[in-house]
Design a protein. Sequence first.
Length: 211
Amino acid sequence: MQSDDETLAEDPNSALVAAGFGRGEDPEALLRGHLSSADARVRVVALRGAARQGFLIDDEWLALLDDSNVAIRRDVVRLLAYREDCSDDHLERLVLALGDEDALVSERAAFALGEHRFKPALDALAAMAREHADARCRESAVAALGALGEESGLSTIIAALDDKAPIRRRAIVALSNFEGPEVDEALARAGDDRDWQVRAAVTQLGRHEND
């Protein structure tokens, strides 16, 4: 997930890109110097490189999560999903990012919270899964609830079986982390879903058939 520089149209600065891979005279100074660039595209490259090289400190991550530029916020939440040493401060700030005005920031924040199994996010994730206007966000929240595996999130996952087909499919995967009569009943109902991929997901679990 650290090779996204190639998704940019062209390198804004070859030395800056090289610094992101530890090359050049003083990579850290170069990358840090461009984190405040007026060009958001340059800032994104600097952010990715600095994150790759481990140059960013906790306060810088937190500040970047509040950046006014949506491209920066999108990248920060994506990168934090894979950061092994995320602090509770980072994760609590990601909970706030669930309410970002940009749907992709919110969706990626939900994914990150699921990856880190951050249980204090459960209520916010459940609210997103039930109420967010963007289906991508609801789907990501359902997946995160499945990753958390907390019984208090189960009713929300089951409720997602009445949402759009991609979310219903995601809910089936999330239910694989739960057991009990309520889960069996939900899977049995989903086994007759009008979407063949939902039905196939249930079949793959092999837990919907009555004895």
